[in-house]
Design a protein around this ligand. Structure first.
Ligand SMILES: [Zn+2]
Length: 122
């Protein structure tokens, strides 16, 4: 293992530790939807204001699911979706390190040295 590989492995260990420390996360977006109600004579709906409602939208198998939040759960949902974005960013970083390590493995196989190819196969 050379110095660059050792650095990558240290970086990966640090990133994985951060992964373990992640808080509650939730995939989706917190949005304010303007819903129409069932009341035929509703002034708000007639004027186009409608009824602003906080929801969580999340795509699942190509469909968008909408989950009612109400004011009481907006902040919690925002925090959890923020955490989800941090989680995916972290996974991206680990992915890059893993790719770099995998690429290096190919290089070390070509070079005369560790005998990796000889010990693994029959
Ligand atoms: Zn209405």
């Amino acid at each position: 293992m050379d110095e660059a590989e050792a650095r990558l492995r240290i970086k990966r260990r640090m990133l994985v530790e951060r992964l373990a420390g992640m808080g509650e996360f939730l995939r989706g977006s917190v949005v304010l939807m303007k819903r129409r109600c069932a009341y035929p004579g509703c002034r708000k709906c007639a004027s186009g204001v409608n009824h602003p409602t906080w929801v969580l939208t999340v795509s699942e198998k190509g469909k968008t699911r909408t989950v009612y939040l109400g004011k009481g759960r907006v902040e919690a949902a925002r925090q959890m979706t923020r955490e989800y974005r941090r989680l995916t960013a972290l996974i991206d970083q680990i992915n890059q390190v893993n790719r770099a390590l995998l690429t290096r493995r190919g290089i070390s196989k070509k070079g005369a040295g560790d005998g990796e190819g000889r010990t693994s196969g029959p």
